[in-house]
Design a protein around this ligand. Sequence first.
Ligand SMILES: *Cc1c(COP(=O)(O)O)cnc(C)c1O
Length: 358
Amino acid sequence: MAKKYNFYAGPAILPQEVMKKAQAELLDLNGIGLSILEISHRSKDFEAIINAAEAKIRSLLGVPENYTVMFLQGGASLQFGMVPMNLLKGGKADYVHTGEWAKKAIKEAKLFGTVNVAASAEDKGFNYIPGQFHFSADARYVHVTSNETIGGVQWTKFPDTGSVPLVIDMSSDIFSRRIDFKNIGMIYAGAQKNIGPAGVTLVIMRNDLVESCADGLTTMLSYKTHAKEKSLYNTPPCFAIYIIKLVMDWIEAQGGLAAVEKVNEQKAKAIYDAIDGSNGYYRGTAEAKDRSKMNVTFRLPSEELEEKFVNEAKKAGFIGLKGHRSVGGCRASIYNAMDLAGVKALVEFMGKFATENK
Ligand SMILES: *Cc1c(COP(=O)(O)O)cnc(C)c1O
């Protein structure tokens, strides 16, 4: 089988080592004679996996003691609703509107209270991260989207929100770089972009926020339930959690988040340099200062050439370069598991394509 370079936005590339390990263990987990797919979520063997996954998440990300780690379902999209359902309690929240994903979060929050859009990048088609905010004094939280997967813009530094907790949708850049938990009340992320398969959502929430959650919610939609039951109130997505554990092992083996962050910077630089050095043949869609290191969005001189680019790239083994259907153009998603060699191969292809299709 010819090597494929996977640039899909999500579900996305996973480390080969992780999939090989999962394959090798699929029929017999640690010599127990059973598969991870067929054991009880209350068994000692699964307990060891979920505990190890949590411990590694905590140590790699530097999660402070007073935060709870939860493995939920329903994707990041369910979090758009669960966050305001639990935390808003009819009050007000500030949202920074940076694109398609922030928009969906705002829509859901409006069902549960007052939303103040503290800043919006809509004026320029969401090609930048705002730098000035109109925060409300009485907001229960400030919501930001750390990386807009579709628009290709990423926060480098989160706003200082003082005593108001930040709630961050980190679906597409969690574990791509180190983070400072100061100001952070909660992080959530669908796993399928950078840390595992679809089906599990990672939630990390400060304990005082967990305790402050609304009462009287349906059991499964209350963070209190999942915090109290350590993500085992009902059957969790066992296989997806197991893969997250293997991905955490892999990140450890890379040298931890600092090392992963460094490689991600090299990858992003290589591809943006190629765009900027193409004499305008390729045009990055995001303002340079806010360019995403995970999702590189760019255009070619015409839509016809974009289509040709995507098709020829595919024939050459570069998969998933078509931009999101809502914005068009091209997008290369370069999550943790894409190595520098893969990015360099794409850069080479881009150079060749530009020369041949003037
Ligand atoms: C993919 C994505 C989502 C939606 O995730 P689902 O798990 O499909 O619900 C939300 N936010 C961001 C930033 C994303 O990249």
